[in-house]
Design a protein around this ligand. Sequence first.
Ligand code: UGA
Length: 434
Amino acid sequence: MRITIAGIGYVGLVTGVCLAELGHEITCVDLQESKIAMLNAGRSPIFEPGLESLLAKNMSCGRLQFTTNPEMAYKQAEIIFITVGTPASDDGTADLRHVTAVADTIAMYIKNDVIICIKSTVPVGTNEKVKQTIDRQKNADSNTTVISNPEFLREGSAIFDFFHGDRIVIGSDNPEAAAVIENLYAPLHIPVIKTNIRSAEMIKYASNAFLATKISFINEIAVICEKLNANIDEVVMGIGSDKRIGDQFLRAGIGYGGSCFPKDTNALAQLAGNMQHPFELLEAVIKVNNRQQSLPIKKAKEVITSLAGKKVSVLGLAFKPGTDDIRESASLKIMKELQQEKAIVTAYDPVAVPNMKKELGNDFSYTDDIREALWNSELAIIATEWEQIKQFPISLYAEYMKEPIIIDGRNCYSIDEVKKHSIHYVSIGRPSHS
Ligand code: UGA
């Protein structure tokens, strides 16, 4: 089918490339000229494993094109996916400016019947508003159907998730259009859940809120474990093996970050509050997460009274491994807090250094070599569980650091292994070792 993807961020690009791989004719449109120029040169503006090879393959066989020209993108489209960002407004609600702008532009250029599929994470009721906006403004005598088709891709494994997702949600009040979208995904053999439009919109927020709740829940248990000398690893093994609970999203650590959980939990809490139903559980989840992100500095100050003038290594800048995305990452907060404490920071990350430099400037030293980051430092804070860090021998910390004090915010090392070395090691929800 002839499909247009509107908004080439991480969701749009992954969706476009993967639908092209399924054999569809894809046009990706975005306003940002530099991004489109980069993509037309075959380079991905985001770091996502497997993306560039699929990009090259599908561009070379002519199934995938990139443009800034809306007329070319929308005129002939049979399906349009809206994948623009919905960042947080100042009050925490979703900012729908980009969604509205795309709807206005689509109305201007569509000529034929078209199915508009909204993948952007939008508050309940937005799909209906988009349909009204387009119907009110369009010139063509054609039918517009709007379908909510939320996405559940994780950064860092988005290509895998597209082809192997747990479910596809199609929210629609038009069975024929829903069948067209279902058919689009048929080669993936992923279970399809058909709902009404509002339920589909809610499924996305409820999914992210529930996963965030699991994380804050286990982080609370971890704090209590520390106080009572229990070990969170063992506790998670014990509770996660109950199929009703499941063992995923129970990794204790210094909280969730990224462009989705913080934004979507805030937006849902705001939405509920605006309906005169404060979502107290979710508000607590958010509060716990904010506290977790500040734990490393708090724990460091329990060991070293003053960080002023101390050389500190921050290991990991991305909000999770497998991505160069630093949005809302725990490291951002850690680096800012270290700066306030007047520490001298060298930060390591295998891919996210350029993004952190852009965000925080050159007040810090950066490296993509763990040894260099650790050299001569008095404190190491592990903020992202990169494989490179997990594989880095614990014995080498004492060799490279002046004073081997490690705050492991992601429980990268086993306590049994740590105990063999003369280091001061503090992790999350597990006994410390010194
Ligand atoms: C999340 C969801 O997992 C996707 O299903 C959803 O599509 C996406 O948001 C979105 O709304 O677009 P993502 O933000 O890429 O995906 O990353 P996750 O793998 O979910 O991790 C989010 C954060 O939670 C990371 O900072 C990670 O370190 C943290 N986390 C995750 C934990 O602290 N503990 C865990 O057990 C799992």
